[in-house]
Design a binder for this molecule. Structure first.
Ligand code: FAD
Length: 297
C-alpha cells in the first residue's frame, strides 16, 4: 500500500513549524519517521501535510542545565546512546536505550518522537515517568512544560494539542554519590515492543542505606506508571522488604489482556521484573560500577 497524497513542508524554525501546524488541523509533525512512515504506508494516518522538523538544529542536542539533562526533541536515540554525558548523568536511560527497537530504528528515531507517540510499552517514556522528567511543549502562544506523569494520558494519547510541538525532554540528574540502575523487559523477540518493562534507580548513603528509590513499569496499563517504593528509603534493602514493597506498590496497576498476554500474566511479570530491576539497581550501587550521576560533567 502507498500513503495517501500529502503536502511536505520543511520549516526553518520551531516557530514556523508551530504556525504551520496551527493553520491546518490535518497537518502532522514528522521527526524520525520510524513510526509515522509505516502508519502512512498502511493508511492508518492520512495527514494533509507533513511538517518535517527532523533537521531543525535548535531541537537537536544534549546539555546539562543545572540539575537536569535536557535532550532536544529531534535528538536521535543513537546520539543519546553514544553520548558520554548522557551515560554519566542519566545511566537509567543509557541502560534502557538498547531495548528501543533495533540499531537502524535508533539511527533515525528521535527522543521527542518516541515521547510524543506515547506507546505504553515504549522505553523512553517509561524512563521519563520513572525519573519524573518534564516534557517541554512549544506552540504559537509560547513554551510550557508538563510533568511526564501528566503528559501521558493513554495509549498513543498525550497532552499534545493541535499546534503543539514537543521541543525537549528534561530528565532530573540525581546528585547522590552512589546510584545504581536496573532495567528489564519481556518481549516476544529482542527489540520488539515489551509486554512488560521495569526501570529502577536507587541511591545509597555511605553505610549502604537507601536514600532514594524510583521504580517504573511499562506495558502493563495504558501508559507507563511510577510505583511508590518510598517504603524502602531508610532501610538496608533486604530481599524481603524489596519484594513486599514492589508487591504492595503494584496494587495500583491496571493490567489489560490482549493477544500477547493476559492481565494476570502482566501483573505477575510486573512484580517479578520490578523486583529484579530494583535488585540490580541496588547491586549496581553497592558495587559502585553503576555510573555515578554527575552534574555539569
Ligand atoms: C521495527 C520497529 C521496532 C520498534 N521497536 C520499538 C521499541 O521496542 N520500543 C520503542 O519505544 N519504540 C520502538 N519503535 C518505534 C521507535 O523506533 C520510534 O523512534 C518512535 O516511536 C518514534 O520516533 P520518531 O522520531 O521516528 O517519530 P515519528 O515516526 O516521526 O513520529 C511519531 C509520532 O509522533 C509525532 N511527533 C514526532 N515528533 C514530534 C514532536 N517533536 N512533537 C510532537 N509530535 C511529534 C508524529 O506526528 C507522529 O504522530 C520501533 C519502530 C520500528 C519500525
Amino acid at each position: 500500500m502507498k500513503p495517501a497524497p500529502f503536502e511536505y513542508v520543511r520549516p526553518g524554525s520551531v516557530a514556523e513549524a508551530c504556525a504551520l501546524l496551527a493553520s491546518d488541523e490535518d497537518a502532522r509533525l514528522i521527526s524520525g519517521g520510524q513510526t509515522l512512515i509505516p502508519m502512512l504506508a498502511m493508511r492508518l494516518a492520512r495527514p494533509t501535510r507533513l511538517v518535517d522538523i527532523y533537521r531543525l538544529p535548535e531541537l537537536n542536542g544534549i546539555r546539562v542545565e543545572g540539575d537536569v539533562l535536557a535532550i532536544g526533541a529531534t535528538t536521535r536515540q543513537v546520539q543519546v546512546e553514544r553520548s558520554a554525558l548522557a551515560r554519566q548523568s542519566l545511566p537509567l536511560l543509557a541502560k534502557a536505550l538498547p531495548w528501543v527497537g533495533h540499531p537502524p530504528t535508533r539511527n533515525r528515531g528521535t527522543v521527542g518522537g518516541s515521547v510524543a507517540h506515547a506507546d505504553p510499552s515504549a522505553e523512553i517514556p517509561l524512563v521519563a515517568v520513572t525519573l519524573g522528567a518534564d516534557i517541554e511543549i512549544t506552540n504559537p502562544e509560547g513554551v510550557t512544560a508538563l510533568a511526564a506523569d501528566d503528559f501521558f494520558i493513554g495509549p498513543m494519547v498525550t497532552s499534545v494539542m493541535p499546534g503543539d510541538c514537543v521541543t525537549a525532554v528534561r530528565f532530573p540528574i540525581w546528585s547522590h554519590a552512589r546510584i545504581g540502575t536496573g532495567f528489564h523487559e519481556v518481549s516476544a523477540r529482542k527489540s520488539d515492543f515489551a509486554f512488560v518493562a521495569a526501570a529502577a534507580q536507587v541511591a545509597l548513603d555511605e553505610s549502604g542505606s537507601c536514600i532514594d528509590a524510583a521504580l517504573g513499569i511499562g506495558g502493563v496499563g495504558d501508559r507507563p506508571v511510577r510505583l511508590d517504593v518510598s517504603s524502602l528509603i531508610g532501610t538496608g534493602l533486604d530481599k524481603q522488604s524489596i519484594t513486599e514493597s514492589v508487591r504492595q506498590a503494584a496494587e495500583v496497576l491496571e493490567p489489560a489482556s490482549d493477544l500477547h498476554a493476559s492481565a494476570a500474566y502482566r501483573l505477575r511479570v510486573a512484580v517479578a521484573l520490578g523486583t529484579r530491576a530494583l535488585e540490580d539497581a541496588i547491586n549496581d550501587a553497592r558495587a559502585g560500577d553503576g555510573q555515578t550521576a554527575k552534574r555539569g560533567a
